[in-house]
Design a protein around this ligand. Structure first.
Ligand code: AMP
Length: 533
């Protein structure tokens, strides 16, 4: 088996890797690092969770070891679709470059131009940016890209989803023809293929997992759910969710719960909190500093359950998430792969449990077609107590039958307080007369219009992966129309976009979870400064 020491990396990088606790390179690292160190272009087809970030960061640090940064002319550039992902890449640089004197700057929305200008003026080795912010700096004349020797495009398929491809093409054009390009994408949509054919020169292609497959180390299951009555559906679904969390017991150390709609993210988080679970919501409408705080808390293990929308959780890297719960079957089958990829990272075991309404069965079929496997059906952990199966109005449960407390419950609640309340909702849904407590906001059904408003997606065009393209195409064809899409479809419209549209991207960039006024210290710091400090 390949060892890091076989890869010709700078000894300072090897030291940092050892300190990070990595023993052996992951397949994408073993495949991408050697050609990258030879100066070749690399096309990495890999999802997050495979160790792909280190597969470009480690050779970059080694290659940039010699030479000096010049004012306003970064020596390398990493482009990421979201500020969240860019901040994660920056964190990776901090970790792996800690024994070097390399400097970096992070150009993302929510961080002041002035601070980043100062760093760039001094000269940085590595510039990590979202495309819109980078072009803004460029247009303000603060930046020259003619010194870029290495350019990385990370999560190109997400760039495509977000309509960034025209910006990427423009940025490619601003960098020297002789640059080395390291290009990463989870899938190879035709548009991505076109870009790689145009801008990469005889790349070494490394594919570590087939497009749109789900990790084998992730245990998957779906519970088919039918409400006892339409007007009780939402509350009963939340009751089922709690039962599913509880049924996992100690194994569920932390979890991300995905909802299709922002409104549900809030409602589910509030409801879980009310029932004594340690849950926080995260979606694009929340205040930036709150999002950052929530993410930091989740990473640090202070928040056990993150209730998230797809956009908010995009690119989120928390190495050890034990469980993903899909409160809804995603309406885009590929989102299922991205969602469950938040668990089982770097070879760890993970569980992905989904709830499927009769209404969502069509989406479930699409997911199963995409992953080319049936998702095992799970029993409702409430068994006979499940509201749909329950005799109306009379059914109650003994203390022993109540759901087990799990570690995801907040410690701040007392035992006595948590148990009866946790069950109260279920009782309330079965026997309306037995109101255990006044109805709280969290349990109130969202207004119909808002409830049906999904988190806006920002896809420029459908992007079926070539493998398995027919599967994806079929799924798309059968998918319902999506009036909520905010971006025009089609390559031509993509290409014809000008600066005005890019400003829209920046606004989107603002919406993506990441860093706000509460910018973590690592963003503004250079490696040198940190060493000095
Ligand atoms: P990525 O695919 O870059 O998002 O990385 C996924 C996770 O794997 C990150 O939390 C990394 O810290 C971790 N990781 C990266 N390389 C290795 C390695 N060689 N061994 C163990 N963990 C790794």
């Amino acid at each position: 088996m390949t060892q890091f020491s076989d890869l010709n990396l700078d000894p300072k990088v090897l030291k940092a890797i050892a300190e990070a606790g990595y023993e052996t390179p992951t397949p994408i690292q073993a495949g991408a690092i050697p050609p990258a160190l030879e100066g070749r272009d690399v096309l990495g087809i890999a999802q997050t969770g495979t160790g792909k970030t280190a597969s470009f960061v480690l050779p970059m640090i080694t290659l940039l070891g010699r030479g000096r940064a010049r004012a306003r002319m970064p020596r390398s550039l990493v482009l990421c679709p979201t500020r969240e992902l860019a901040a994660q890449v920056a964190e990776n640089f901090d970790t792996y470059a800690k024994h070097t004197k390399l400097t970096k700057a992070l150009l993302i929305g929510g961080v002041s131009f002035k601070e980043q200008d100062t760093l760039i003026d001094k000269g940085v080795d590595v510039l990590i940016a979202t495309p819109g912010r980078l072009l803004d700096h460029f247009e303000r004349g603060k930046l020259l890209l003619t010194g870029v020797q290495i350019m990385v495009v990370d999560e190109a398929d997400r760039m495509l989803d977000m309509g960034f491809i025209p910006d990427i093409e423009r940025i490619f054009g601003l960098t020297p023809f002789t640059r080395q390009t390291l290009f990463f994408s989870a899938t190879m949509a035709p548009e991505i293929e076109r870009i790689t054919n145009t801008f990469l020169s005889n790349p070494e292609k490394i594919e570590v997992a087939r497009a749109a497959t789900t990790g084998e180390n992730i245990k998957q299951g779906v519970v088919m759910f039918r409400a006892s009555r339409k007007d009780k559906e939402a509350a009963e679904k939340r009751d089922l969710l709690r039962a599913l969390i509880d049924a996992e017991g100690e194994a569920c150390t932390n979890a991300i719960i995905f909802c299709n709609r922002k409104m549900d993210v809030d409602v589910v988080a509030k409801s879980l909190k009310k029932h004594g679970y340690d849950a926080e919501p995260i979606h694009g409408d929340l205040d930036q500093s709150q999002r950052t705080r929530t993410l930091d808390g989740f990473r640090a293990g202070n928040v056990k359950i993150l209730v998230a929308s797809d956009v908010a959780a995009r690119g989120l890297d928390v190495p050890s998430v034990s469980h993903v719960f899909n409160f809804d079957v995603p309406s885009h089958a590929e989102d299922y792969v991205h969602r469950i990829g938040r668990t089982g990272r770097a070879g760890r075991k993970g569980s992905a449990i989904m709830i499927c309404n009769p209404r969502d069965e069509k989406n479930l079929e699409d997911v199963e077609r995409l992953v080319q496997n049936p998702i095992p059906r799970l029993d409702d952990p409430r068994g006979a107590k499940a509201p749909a199966a329950a005799a109306p109005a009379t059914e109650t449960a003994t203390e022993e039958e109540r759901p087990r407390r799990s570690r995801t419950r907040s410690r701040s609640r007392s035992r006595d307080e948590a148990k009866p309340e946790a069950f109260a909702d279920a009782v309330a849904t079965e026997t309306p007369k037995v109101e255990a407590r006044p109805k709280q906001k969290a349990d109130v059904e969202p207004a119909p219009k808002a409830a049906s408003e999904p988190e806006p997606r920002v896809e420029a065009k459908p992007a079926p992966a070539p493998d398995p393209a027919p599967v994806l195409e079929a799924a798309r064809e059968q998918a319902p129309a999506e009036p909520h899409r905010t971006e025009p479809r089609g390559n031509e419209r993509d290409r014809n976009r000008g600066g005005r549209d890019r400003r829209r991207h920046d606004q989107r960039d603002e919406e993506v979870v990441g860093m706000g006024e509460d910018t973590p210290a690592f963003i503004a710091k250079s490696f040198e400064e940190r060493r000095a400090g």
